[in-house]
Design a protein around this ligand. Structure first.
Ligand code: GLY
Ligand code: MN
Ligand code: MN
Length: 395
């Protein structure tokens, strides 16, 4: 997507208060007899190094970013059946951090999307009172509610898919900018810097995870994150880099030749990984398993072992040393439960081959939406075939 349309797209990318309310209603329906108490991330604003990240389950249910809040969801029969508790106003804190919404503000309801907003000073007493008056038998904390919330989070709404698509589109621009810049003599961090620049320029918050720019011997280190090596001609550079925009993550990997042309051996291995990825994506559909022995990974391994030669007598799939993928959403490794794939889920498909003795690590990672009938590759705009990668590196 051209940059100007990316910018135009950002304005509309918010989850509505109604959608957050609907998520809470689903959780209430799944756990109908409890007071569910979720504490948001504590206030770390006193530490200037803190990125101040909201707890993701809390964010999923509220869209609330400010720290120190508490969410209580009560059975439908209790009135009120949901309350957002916010820290009391602190003039000192506001001097440092700016205005914060507090209970009692005239606009507290419209700002939060909650009909009932109260101070955290009273949350414990208020919850006890409502539980007693409403005969609510038990209280649940995040640890118990998280598996239920995970099942909700796994299936993305249309709006969430749009938001994930935006993070992907920005990440694709970032990868392409790095491809245009790549050449022998550059340091890995310079490619990372180019990618960061694109993300920040597009208004994204941050990298969705520590960016991996691993060249030559570093390409075999799965989550290499130092990015401090000087790249040389003839090497590969593996870039596992994704943006977090409007709270949603992208997770994309491409492996490119530093000087623009794969060697015959690199190309041979690259095409095996790509074939394995296509086989895995073809296995993605409702009902399939992403587990360590599920049909998605097995499709990738089978492809590698039937199309590639063993190395040192070991089947090629031995060199695929990690899982085939994971769910992505508010977190790069998103909340998930061990259930089969279903329409609306978003996962990565990321086979790789890591051959240390050849200084060759190759991973190709794309993001895939599970549809009613199969899969849609959301990151397909970023070239994948060896020839297309070489071609795009020229401009
Ligand atoms: N970027 C982390 C992962 O691929 O899982
Ligand atoms: Mn991944
Ligand atoms: Mn990744």
């Amino acid at each position: 997507m051209p940059w100007v349309s990316l910018l135009l797209a950002i304005g509309s990318l918010v989850v509505s208060a109604d959608e957050y309310r609907e998520r809470r209603a689903r959780l209430r329906a799944a756990i109908p007899d409890a007071a569910i108490v979720l504490e948001g991330a504590p206030d770390t604003s006193g530490d200037p190094r803190s990125p101040m990240l909201q707890e993701p389950n809390f964010y999923y249910l509220t869209g609330w970013k400010e720290p120190g809040a508490v969410l209580v969801i009560l059975p439908a029969s209790v009135e009120p059946n949901e309350i957002l508790f916010l820290p009391p106003r602190s003039e000192r804190k506001e001097r440092y951090e700016g205005h914060r919404v507090a209970a009692g503000d005239a606009d507290a309801t419209s700002r939060t999307g909650f009909a009932k907003v109260m101070s955290t000073d009273v949350w414990e007493a208020e919850v006890s009172r409502l539980m007693q008056d409403g005969n609510v038998p038990r209280r649940m904390k995040l640890a118990e509610a998280a598996p239920v919330i995970a099942k909700l989070r796994m299936v993305k709404s249309r709006r969430e898919v749009d938001m994930i698509q935006h993070s992907i589109d920005v990440s694709i621009e970032a990868h392409l900018a790095a491809w245009r810049r790549a050449k022998a003599g550059l340091f890995e961090y310079q490619l990372a810097a180019t990618m960061t620049q694109v993300m920040m320029e597009q208004g994204c918050e941050r990298h969705a995870y520590r960016p991996v720019v691993g060249s030559g011997p570093n390409s075999v280190i799965l989550h290499y994150g130092f990015n401090h090596r000087r790249m040389d001609s003839g090497e590969l550079v593996l870039m596992d880099v994704g943006a977090e925009c409007n709270a949603y993550a992208a997770d994309i990997t491409r492996t490119i030749p530093v000087s623009g042309r794969f060697t015959p051996r690199q190309r041979e291995l690259y095409e095996l990984v790509l074939g394995a990825q296509k086989a895995a994506i073809a296995a993605v559909k409702p009902g399939a398993s992403m587990g360590s022995r599920g049909e998605v990974v097995e499709a990738a391994k089978k492809y590698l072992d039937t199309h590639g030669k063993p190395i040192h007598g070991k089947p090629l799939s031995t060199y695929l040393t990690h899982g085939i993928g994971h769910h992505v959403g508010l977190e790069v490794h998103d909340a998930s439960a061990d259930v089969p794939l279903a329409a609306g889920m978003v996962v990565t498909i990321e086979p790789g081959l890591y051959i240390a003795e050849e200084n060759t690590g190759i991973r190709i990672e794309d993001m895939v939406l599970v549809t009613e009938t199969g899969a849609k590759v959301l990151s397909s705009a970023l070239p994948r075939s060896a020839s297309d990668v070489e071609r795009r590196m020229q401009h």
